[in-house]
Design a protein. Sequence first.
Length: 361
Amino acid sequence: MHQVQAVVAHAKGEPVGIETINVPDPGPGEALVAVQACGVCHTDLHYREGGINDDFPFLLGHEAAGVVEAVGDDVTSVAPGDFVILNWRAVCGNCRACNRGEPWYCFATHNATQKMTLADGTELSPALGIGAFAEKTLVAAGQCTKVDASARPAAVGLLGCGVMAGLGAAINTGNVSRGKTVAVIGCGGVGSAAIAGSVLAGADTVIAVDVDDRKLEGARRMGATHTINSANADPVTGIQELTGGNGADVVIDAVGRPETWKQAFYARDLAGTVVLVGVPTPEMMLPDIPLIDVFGRGGALKSSWYGDCLPSRDFPMLVSLYRQGRLDLDAFVSEEIGLDDVEAAFDKMHHGDVLRSVVIL
Ligand SMILES: NC(=O)c1ccc[n+]([C@@H]2O[C@H](COP(=O)([O-])OP(=O)(O)OC[C@H]3O[C@@H](n4cnc5c(N)ncnc54)[C@H](O)[C@@H]3O)[C@@H](O)[C@H]2O)c1
Ligand SMILES: [Zn+2]
Ligand SMILES: [Zn+2]
């Protein structure tokens, strides 16, 4: 058993704090990971706000890279010393999605069996089954994806959640390819990654939409060809004007609100695709759209869970592109912070000051 420092959310809406927690030695199918870097994702804030479920206390953090310290007796996929990115899609190989050859939808992903606890024995709920704002964390071995050890942990750890979600929303879910026109609504960490992914895939026109000019400047640096501030201008008209009056082939909603989804719906060309990657809250309803418009405009209305990624396939490939200078993951790291700065990082995220604050351990 290991006693380490970690960031815990005790109750809905209350500031997070640092605690000493107990982390068991790995049993069958498990791995103990010494965390090196973990990004602060909007989803951690959703947990703290009680927006995911009520299973407090939460051990936050889930966008991480580190080194495997020990593994359970039966584990062969990773070994002590391996540099890994943690993922929340350890595919089971047996569910109906896996059995039909679509493991990126796996409906029965693995987490560690043993529980990490507070000093008094209270069981912790690790965010997305990871819990990596901690010096060490216990995960299922399948949650560890081995990648090139020379990569910067703060940058490649972001592939563990938000950056993969955005890249995959474009490349995997949206099938963005050479020559396509794309619009991305919301240019935080996830939307900016969708822009970078669209550029990587060879999109011809990439339109960034946000209500914050600082985010639009960042989007330009990620490769957006045009920007629209939707606080001042109608994004549907703007996107149509920039695409020959037609609308974009793929529109990605990286905000996740009824009004942004409606913009995405109408800003898309006939037979185009809408990808919802931003996560709505439970009380939000589908916007009022005549059903004849759904029929008449054709195409596909899709949601993207974790960018429909397959970590074993996508993480090593994206780390390779990063190392070749073709995918600028460093551009997502706005600041490196300590474990005790997570609450301040939530504030900066809320005010739009950062793409990603990354805790360095
Ligand atoms: N689908 C997945 O698997 C997955 C994974 C990770 C995160 N997410 C979700 O993606 C969303 C974005 O995450 P993030 O980390 O990029 O958040 P973020 O807070 O960094 O970025 C949100 C951006 O949207 C902009 N915005 C807000 N309202 C807007 C509006 N009405 N129109 C245009 N732009 C608007 C903000 O200015 C900001 O730039 C969150 O809902 C998060 O929970 C989804
Ligand atoms: Zn499965
Ligand atoms: Zn996340």
